[in-house]
Design a binder for this molecule. Structure first.
Ligand SMILES: Cc1cc2nc3c(=O)[nH]c(=O)nc-3n(C[C@H](O)[C@H](O)[C@H](O)COP(=O)(O)OP(=O)(O)OC[C@H]3O[C@@H](n4cnc5c(N)ncnc54)[C@H](O)[C@@H]3O)c2cc1C
Ligand SMILES: NC(=O)c1ccc[n+]([C@@H]2O[C@H](COP(=O)([O-])OP(=O)(O)OC[C@H]3O[C@@H](n4cnc5c(N)ncnc54)[C@H](O)[C@@H]3O)[C@@H](O)[C@H]2O)c1
Length: 480
């Protein structure tokens, strides 16, 4: 077996690993980037980009369906599944191509292919061919979709989001398990593209929402369009004919068996830390096996090992993987003189329709950190001018601020233009703005942001007329 020595070893060439590699190199360290699979990142190959391509096709179909309400009659709509999937794959391959070009530009001696695992705190074994001795490490190994064993045993018709983006055609039907972001984004898109879709949720959660009022509206809005089965678990999944027989059981114990072409398991992702030999590093780990680390430096304990991106399961989003990778790579290079990096205000967007956005502190978080000390303002988009004009007048925004200081803390919404409003509100949280200062900002007419102003005015009124209280927060039941 060959032995290589390097100053920094980065495990995983996804988004976190690539930014980590670049940061360590920029600090002048000899750095090795180790990847076990193909280059191209989860985001570009099977994540953010292909999912948004599929959603855009679904948006086009949906716009045609909504057109007659405006007096515009496009005629019979025909969805060519092969053409839809061809565009998804072709455009996806283009995005992947740009990432691979970036990796190609890294010097050959900085790249190594194979599965890395720790043999000691300073040594990795790569596949069965190389030993890597390094002073410092960045773990950026990403995550893998979860498929329970009993579902997986039903065969290849049980799939994950990874498989969808390799389809040549749209299937007849899909059962989706999970009402998280992936289940809702893909479930709604496939439904709008003419696939028979049923979404099963073992609880009643909707994407990342925790605010009970927004959640209620999101549940009913999604159920109006999609066959949503909340509080329903899958009790048996069996291969049958060219698909699957899926038996579900609702909260009242009623069981039914239905036939679907596929079961899409969208019940979360597991960080890739299990086959890394972390037991040989001496690092303290949590009950999921993830090393304990500092969220500002990404350093695991006081070691020379850093962890970034989906691998630490903190906030499994692209923007976080990029930030955390940069901080981890920089600190690996600087070790032992590590420094806190820039962690930004939380922002999460689900590209459902209506979109869902959460910015800053969530309602559930505030119930813990600010119980009785925060006020809530809100707006419904039902009669909001611009939203009605566009026929996108459904949804709600709830905004939160601290009593006394009037500082804006966060927001949760489902509604039109949430991807943009989410940014606006996250920037206000990070800038530590007060509600009054936000209301001093310009608002054009007629725009959806006027709805934000209505919510902020409501919030300002409540800050002025309500006060800190000791009552238990009746609203603060955790989201199911
Ligand atoms: C369907 C879907 C849609 C998404 N949409 C969005 C979105 O719209 N917006 C958003 O912000 N986020 C989205 N995400 C999440 C986002 O894609 C991830 O948070 C991000 O890609 C994680 O980057 P990463 O670098 O941590 O992991 P990855 O990009 O997965 O990189 C990890 C790499 O490590 C390699 N590796 C693992 N173990 C080893 C080992 N032992 N040795 C060597 N190499 C190893 C893997 O092969 C992989 O290449 C989506 C995810 C999915 C699945
Ligand atoms: N637009 C975006 O930013 C975007 C899009 C897609 C994915 N992502 C990222 O990918 C991550 C993974 O997405 P996800 O949707 O797979 O996970 P998730 O954690 O968002 O949702 C998982 C869902 O599955 C349910 N569930 C868990 N175990 C179950 C079981 N045994 N049976 C039935 N249901 C079960 C949960 O209650 C939840 O509703 C997200 O957390 C997000 O960070 C982001």
């Amino acid at each position: 077996m060959k032995t290589i020595r390097t100053e920094v070893a980065v495990i995983g060439a996804g988004t976190a690993g690539m930014t980590g590699y670049r940061a360590a190199k920029a600090d002048g360290k000899q750095t090795l980037l180790i990847e076990s699979n193909v280059y191209g990142t989860t985001c570009a190959r099977v994540g953010c980009m292909p999912s948004k391509l599929l959603i855009s096709a679904a948006d086009a179909a949906h716009m045609l369906q909504a057109a007659p309400t405006f007096g515009v009659h496009p005629g019979a709509v025909r969805i060519d599944g092969k053409a839809v999937m061809a565009r998804v794959r072709n455009e996806r391959d283009r995005f992947v191509g740009f990432v691979v070009e970036g990796v190609d530009a890294f010097p050959a001696e900085d790249k190594l292919h194979g599965h890395a695992r720790f043999l000691s705190p300073t040594r990795l074994q790569i596949g069965d061919h190389t030993l890597v001795d390094a002073e410092r490490f960045v773990i950026a190994t990403g995550s893998t979709p979860i498929v329970p064993d009993d579902w997986g045993a039903a065969g290849p018709r049980v799939i994950t989001s990874d498989d969808v983006f390799y389809w040549d055609d749209l299937p007849e039907s899909v059962a989706v398990a999970g009402t998280g972001v992936i289940g809702l984004e893909l479930g709604q898109a496939l439904h709008r593209l003419g696939v028979r879709v049923t979404v099963f949720g073992r609880g009643a959660s909707v994407a990342q929402l925790s605010d009970p009022e927004v959640l209620d509206l999101a549940r009913s809005g999604m159920s109006d369009e999609l066959d949503m089965r909340f509080r329903t678990k899958l009790v048996k999944v069996e291969p049958k004919g060219d698909g699957l027989a899926i038996t579900s059981e609702d909260a009242n114990g009623n069981r039914q068996t239905e036939h679907f072409s596929y079961l899409l398991s969208a019940i979360g992702r597991r960080p890739n830390v299990d086959k890394l030999g972390l037991e040989h590093t001496g690092l303290e780990r949590d009950h999921h096996g993830i090393p304990l680390y500092d969220m500002l430096t990404m350093q695991c304990g006081t070691s020379a090992i850093f962890i970034a991106g989906d691998a630490n399961d903190e906030i499994p989003l692209l923007s976080e993987a990029a930030d955390q990778g940069r901080i981890a790579g920089d600190n690996a290079a600087r070790w032992p003189l590590v420094r806190p990096g820039l962690r930004r205000t939380s922002l999460a967007i689900a590209f459902t329709d209506p979109q869902i956005a959460t910015a800053g502190a969530s309602f559930a978080e505030l119930c813990v950190t600010h119980a009785g000390r925060f006020a809530v303002g809100k707006v419904s988009f039902e009669n909001q001018g611009r939203s009605r004009v566009m026929l996108q007048n459904s949804g709600m925004l709830r905004v939160y601020a601290e009593f006394n200081s009037g500082r804006f803390l966060g927001a949760e919404m489902i509604g039109p233009r949430a991807e943009h409003i989410g940014h606006l509100l996250a920037w206000a949280v990070q800038a530590r703005m007060t509600v009054d200062a936000m209301l001093d900002m310009p608002f054009y007419h007629p725009v959806v942001e006027e709805g934000v102003r209505t919510a902020l005015r409501d919030l300002a009124h409540r800050l002025a007329n309500e006060s800190i209280h000791d009552d238990p927060c009746v609203d603060c039941t955790p989201a199911p």
